[in-house]
Write a protein that binds this ligand. Structure first.
Ligand SMILES: [Zn+2]
Ligand SMILES: [Zn+2]
Length: 170
């Protein structure tokens, strides 16, 4: 995803890219990536704003049900030629390019922006009950036959202690 900026006149320019996720270095769970770019060229910088739309097929972290997410994100980048001017920008929003650069490549910025848009927790719904750790049944479909007594073995000792206490004759 490269933009020819060499011969570009000053002012606003718009570009649109539709590319397969693999072209951006994203995994096959992602759909095609649509990117709208607005670029403002001035004598001292190029300000780029990108709106990115894609989707991905994940699975729920708790119950593993397939889950399709729309991923809409955007970012802004300032391209400048003079390194000394960089300090006035947010470090994540500025790149110094050689004077007279003919092309800027936005592929890596788009890839990172999409990845940041992926939710940390992927849940089919907020209150997903997940799978029973013992029998693997999807608890969203109803309770399984496993008793709730079956707790982690780490608690066995504690439980034995409590049982003994409760049986203590007073
Ligand atoms: Zn789920
Ligand atoms: Zn179960």
């Amino acid at each position: 995803m490269k933009i020819q900026v060499g011969g570009l006149s000053e002012g606003i320019h718009r570009f649109h890219f539709d590319v397969p996720a693999s072209d951006v270095g994203l995994g096959e769970e992602f759909s095609d990536v649509h990117t709208d770019v607005e670029l403002d060229k001035t004598p001292h910088q190029i300000v780029l704003h990108a709106d990115i739309h894609t989707a991905a097929d994940f699975s729920c972290d708790r119950c593993t049900a397939p889950l399709s997410s729309r991923l809409d994100s955007s970012y802004r980048m300032h391209y400048i030629w003079d390194e000394e001017g960089a300090s006035v920008y947010d470090v994540a929003e500025v790149q110094v390019i050689p004077q007279g650069s003919a092309v800027i490549d936005i592929t890596e910025d788009v890839r990172q922006t999409v990845l940041i848009a992926v939710p940390l927790k992927l849940l089919c719904r907020e209150d997903c009950l997940g799978l029973c750790p013992h029998c693997g049944k999807d608890l969203n479909e109803g309770p399984c036959g496993c008793t709730t007594e079956e707790v982690d073995s780490r608690w066995d000792k504690l439980r034995a202690l409590q049982d003994r206490k409760s049986q203590d004759p007073r």
